[in-house]
Design a protein around this ligand. Sequence first.
Ligand SMILES: *Cc1c(COP(=O)(O)O)cnc(C)c1O
Length: 360
Amino acid sequence: MINVTKTFLPDQEQYIKYVQGIWDRGYLTNNGPLLQELESQLKDYLKVDYLYFCTNGTIVLQIAIKALGITGEVITTPFSYCATSNAILWENCTPIFVDIDPLTFNINPDLIGASITPATTAILATHVYGNPCDVEKIEAIAKKHNLKVIYDAAHAFGVIYKGRSLLSYGDVSTCSFHATKVFHTIEGGALISNHPELDKEFHLLRAFGHQGDEHYHYAGINGKNSEFHAAMGLCNLPHVKDIIKAREEIFGWYDELLNWDILSAPARADDLEYNYAYYPVVFPNEKVMKDVMEALRLEDIIPRRYFFPSLNTLSFMPKQISCPVSEDIAMRVLSLPLFVGLPKTDVERISRIINDHLPV
Ligand SMILES: *Cc1c(COP(=O)(O)O)cnc(C)c1O
């Protein structure tokens, strides 16, 4: 079977060496030495000043919302993974969906203004597939209306935009290091911030909100990650450059082989060092997309409807808001298999099946 993704696994011996060290120390979690080493290496790699390794890419969104004191209405994108809007809901805020740009599939900054009300306190936008949002426009809107900005940068590991890590934009950016992402720690995530004054708060919020047995500051959560997860990160980080290079090559094959007279793909920003996180293709309509999906399935090739459904259409959202562009794209987009080790012959076969099922 060829799945949409396949987790990169480092050398097992190297991982076992780290595990041996964990056994020797008998120290398994709670801000251990491997976690601190990983945080330090990630800060170097990403060239960011403040980074906190946590349990996953969802809890970091919730911690970010808490740390920034966000309440009420949060402007967000309907074209993302459900973790983005779920985090808003778990923090008792109301997601206000603003439709996406039809070219980039990121939140359309020109539509944000009309959705701002006196209850709006923040913008939480996703850099979809690792393509940067219009960070300049979003920053200007946030300044004008005194809003906080959080970027769900779960897809953006290693992306450099205008000479800066894409993770360094906004008040806080969050990343996911889940096994399906470009860089992973099995499960994991990180908070990245530009706020030294939030340093203590992030440490506290991810560890129950107290220091020692005396100082209870506020209701934190358990977002601490373990030495075993940090060890996986330490094994994987040295491979990230090669992982991204391998993905770029596969990207190029699809670019060359697919029929772009009929298919389309999201536009990428200029001045970008991209991480090739996903390979989304947009079909002319949902029926063609489904026909292609079925033809691929018969060959044991499993792409993913990523993202589907458009989050604004979920029944449990407190406010039903129409987002026609996102709803339309979500109905007809597929992410194609893309992972280190995917052979060119398979990319040729996948591309052939897709092209053969397109209308003439
Ligand atoms: C993967 C992902 C998340 C959630 O990350 P986890 O580590 O799985 O909790 C959040 N947002 C987006 C856009 C994602 O792709």
